[in-house]
Design a protein around this ligand. Structure first.
Ligand code: GTP
Ligand code: MG
Length: 556
């Protein structure tokens, strides 16, 4: 719980204080969740951004002494954190305690001479470390521990899941294996910070912020890096401090619309990334899309990046998802499993198309958790009623206000297990009236569909929009069929679970195997044969399940 004195110390009217007191009394804790105070999204973002600004990325020779390397860099100031990783070579991420150390390092760094090619002398925070005398140092033993930021192979995952103790344990294992590591998150913020340096060459004081699954707590290792160029703060800095009768404005160029301004800015940044950005390759300018973007690959970090601009609503959506992910420990475990399940059955894809996106799937899980009795997650409207004056947020005319202090939201009293929630999720959406109802996390209840798209999930902030407008009827039907089959598998599983030592996939491991789920579909179709044939099959199945024959656990 946020201490009451902090609540009351906020400036405001008596009425506002009374409202806050009432809110704090509503936040009486009942659940068994972790009580350590949780940071606000904006606090996390600010802290990570500041860390990234005093961090450098260094491509290192393969054989290197970690001790000598750190000693060499410490000449520029103390180092607060560092790690190595491999990605077509050895890289080091070095976080200094002070920003000045980076400038000091840049001041002793030279631009390479390239022989027949020519170097563009751009001074970035991405360096190449060379050995002065390679032959004397190659004999040094390199035993640098490298952090790993690739997801587990499907074989390894399957093994881990088979040996888990329960379905709940399986969901938590999957979360642990796929969630972004501390190092991966640091590298994501660093990559944005490096791109910000480039953009700042044109737009002084701009900010490049990560959003989407890199920051909303639902990112899987290897997910893309969504970032946006925030130009909103430019020129707003000291306006209140000026005195006198005059107001000074920058002379600017005007263009006919916000969209054209976005396209022009992204076009020039795209060129800049392509021509001067160290390690930025495969730059594509996708400027005619609904949301214009520049897509590129940041080779050294291995991230596929999507850069947009003016995307404050998407950042607010990321904050909302981060809140939902932090409110109850079951949320992320369930979302990760559903995302992996959807990927395993090709319901989602990295290529845009008429399929469901991870963002839509996350909304579906949140909605489902709002529908439990008692609810596991509060509605967005409820989070809005808890907001105070500082939380107020209007973006482009859309009310994006909700409480941002997680510690003031009452945990749920719902005690359902992950196993039961997974099964219920599949049952709920396997039988959802998609033809007439829309999914709406703002109100936490079904609404009549305002338009005829097969799947309608209301955009939580731009409420007239459907975030799943791209999904066609056949993709939705595929989702429904797979959900029904998965619910069926889980209900059969309860009765007949193999022992962990048998090494047979079970529970979540079984749901992640496309061949198993589709064989259920076949089996179910077979069950629809004439009664005489069904009885014959049943007799055969009883025979094959007699003790001497009892090895087949999949043939349900
Ligand atoms: P990944 O599949 O792991 O990348 O998930 P993601 O949440 O990052 O999704 P994606 O990269 O497709 O989009 C990034 C962010 O843009 C999302 O988190 C949303 O905030 C926003 N976004 C994506 N799709 C839509 C959409 O259809 N409508 C709106 N309003 N926002 C969207
Ligand atoms: Mg993304």
């Amino acid at each position: 719980l946020r201490p009451t004195h902090r609540l009351l110390s906020c400036p405001g009217t008596v009425a506002a204080d009374a409202k806050r007191e009432e809110q704090s009394s509503r936040s009486v804790e009942t659940g068994s969740e972790d009580r350590t105070p949780k940071k606000k999204f904006s606090e996390v973002q600010k802290e990570r951004r500041e860390q990234a600004q005093r961090t450098v990325l260094i491509h290192c020779p393969n054989k290197i002494s970690e001790k000598k390397f750190l000693k060499y860099l410490s000449q520029h100031g103390p180092i607060s954190h560092h790690f190595f990783y491999e990605s077509f070579g050895l890289y080091a991420v070095v976080e200094f305690c002070q920003k000045e150390s980076v400038t000091s390092l840049q001041n002793v760094t030279r631009t390479p001479s390239m022989g027949t090619e020519a170097a563009i002398p751009f001074k970035s925070r991405f360096f190449n470390l060379k050995l002065k005398n390679p032959s004397s140092q190659t004999s040094e033993k390199s035993s640098i521990p490298c952090s790993n930021h690739s997801p587990p192979s499907s074989k390894k995952l399957s093994e881990l899941l088979c040996y888990a103790e329960s379905v709940d344990d399986q969901l938590n294992t999957l979360l642990k294996e796929f969630q972004l590591t501390e190092e991966d998150i640091k590298l994501r913020y660093l990559t944005c910070s490096l791109i910000e340096d480039l953009a700042a060459a044109y737009f002084q004081d701009c900010t490049v912020r990560p959003f989407g699954s890199s920051v909303n707590s639902f990112g899987k290792l290897g997910c893309d890096l969504d970032m946006f160029l925030d130009l909103d703060e430019i020129g707003k800095l000291n306006t209140s401090k000026t005195s006198g009768n005059f107001l000074m404005e920058f002379q600017v160029k005007n263009v006919p619309s916000e969209r054209i301004a976005t396209q022009k800015i992204l076009s020039v940044i795209g060129e800049c990334l392509d021509h001067f950005g160290p390690g930025c390759v495969g730059v594509q300018k996708i400027l005619n899309a609904r949301c214009p973007l520049v897509r590129f690959s940041h080779q050294a970090s291995g991230f596929q990046c999507d850069l947009t601009t003016n995307n404050r609503i998407a950042l607010k959506s990321s904050e909302l998802l981060y809140m939902y992910g932090a409110l109850d420990s079951r949320v992320r475990a369930l979302v990760f499993s559903i995302r992996c399940w959807a990927r395993a059955h090709s319901l989602t894809s990295s290529i845009p198309g008429s399929w469901i996106t991870n963002f839509s799937l996350t909304m579906m899980v949140i909605f489902f958790l709002q529908r439990r009795s008692p609810p596991i997650l509060p509605t967005l409207d409820y989070l809005k009623t808890l907001a105070d004056a500082e939380d107020k947020c209007i973006i482009e005319g859309h009310n994006c206000t909700f409480i941002r202090d997680l510690n003031r939201i009452k945990p749920s009293g719902n005690t359902e297990t992950l196993e039961s929630l997974l099964k219920e999720f599949f049952e709920y959406f396997g039988n959802f009236a998609f033809n007439k109802n829309s999914i709406n996390i703002r109100q936490g209840r079904e609404q009549n569909k305002p338009e005829c798209s097969p799947l309608h999930i209301q955009n939580p902030f731009e409420t007239s929009l459907n975030i799943s407008k791209n999904v066609n009827q056949s993709q939705l039907q595929k989702f429904v069929d797979l959900a029904r089959e998965s619910a069926w598998i889980l209900s059969q599983e309860d009765k007949d679970r193999p022992s962990p030592s048998s090494n047979q996939p079970w529970g979540l491991a079984m749901l992640l195997q496309p061949s198993v789920v589709s064989s259920v579909s076949l089996a179910k179709k077979k069950r629809r044969k004439p009664a005489s044939e069904r009885i014959k099959n049943l007799l055969e199945s009883i025979k094959s399940h007699s003790p001497e024959n009892d090895t087949d656990t999949n043939g349900k």
